[in-house]
Design a protein around this ligand. Sequence first.
Ligand SMILES: O=C(O)CCC(=O)C(=O)O
Length: 478
Amino acid sequence: MGVEIGGHVEKVNGKELTYGEFVQRYLLTNRPVILTGLMDDWRSCKDWVLDDGRPNLPFFSSHFGNSKVQVADCGTRDFTDQKRIEMSVSEFIEHWLELSLKDYNNISTNEDSGKSLLYLKDWHFVKEYPEYLAYTTPLVFSDDWLNLYLDHYHMHNDRDTNQERNDISCSDYRFVYMGAKGTWTPLHADVFRSYSWSANVCGKKQWYFLSPSQHHLVFDRYMKNSVYNIFEDVSEAKFPGFTKAIWLECTQEQNEIIFVPSGWYHQVHNLEDTISINHNWFNAYNLSWVWDLLLRDYNEANEYIQDIKDICDDFEGLCQRNLSVNTGMNFYDFLVFVVRFSFSNIAQLYHLATTNLHTSWRSSQMARQIIFNLESSRDIALKMKSTGAADNQSAVDFKTTLEDSTFMELCLNFGRTYLMIHEQCEVNLDRKQALGVDLLDLGISETSSSYVCTPQDLVNFIDYACAKLLTMAKSSGS
Ligand SMILES: O=C(O)CCC(=O)C(=O)O
């Protein structure tokens, strides 16, 4: 059964696109785009690619061969994903070379030879080889709260089992993917409903996208299971809307980067032997997608275990534990995440206000971005409040947070990113300024608003801190 293609993804020269244009045209509209010209200086594009454009597989065995990686068996389904196997990079490359040799000699491969197509996925390459500097994240993708946060904190600390981290929460979302021609990724929307970007270091990918407004068409009538492979015989009885779905299609060539917007279902096929680099990320523009997913997953899990509610001592605790295991964070983790970024945004705003007293700092691009971030965080807090979520947990205190060196590092890196994005000439941000240590003098930390325990507390904090900053700016004449 074919799929109906209704259009193609736009291709744009990334060198000619400003950050503001990217925000207006793609982040705010949540539309996919392919960007060219942004990988010119990447080390990976030299080291990982042979002169004829094919992957330099021996390079991987000799430099990274001992790494343990997750490999998907593209021919074997495991619930909603492909079966995963753990092996070393050397073993994976050996398997790949054996297959390509058979292909070269025209011996039938894959199913016939008993060897299945293996696809190395979700390799946390940067985490494992931080010194190697395979690439630099393009500027338009650098406002990445997810990976910045995970560089400094765990998403979830399991207080009950005293187990500090789990596999999902302790890592990052910066990956390398490697697969021979024919490897593929089943239909899915990304983790946390994050954005992703994916850069083809070599090879070629075919993408099929379905906009979020049509996503119900790939689900069964109970909205529980989605189609696995849009090119297999999809049962009309099980997925009655499927044939009505209209897809966007595109071919992503070597040295091109695709932006995958939030909540778009997509299926991906490697048309040639391909290596790609891929990040998942979110920020103020798609934070509400993350919250919507958490709430949906929570409600679903809650409904699933309703029958044990009466015999369970801490039913809510159980639901939140399930949520952190299945989705990667729970309501409280998310609230703490948003609170820390709100604190950091207030510190950046304070920094801007105090270092630009002579100008109308509030109309600068950077100030507008930070105010947008705070508005978005406030909106999320109001949404959370309306569901009664994440109440009655321990407080995150503004003063203690400002004095914490981990937060200081996060704040510094956050500030640096914005200085870079918004091309502020003054980049000599020091620790004290970045963190707004003097902000403590403003008295925010002495009020009850500085203890954030619930979503409503966060709303109060943002309102109070912004009002204080504006009064301070007014009295000093800016
Ligand atoms: O390249 C692939 O096979 C899948 C990548 C993907 O799904 C993504 O970047 O969101």
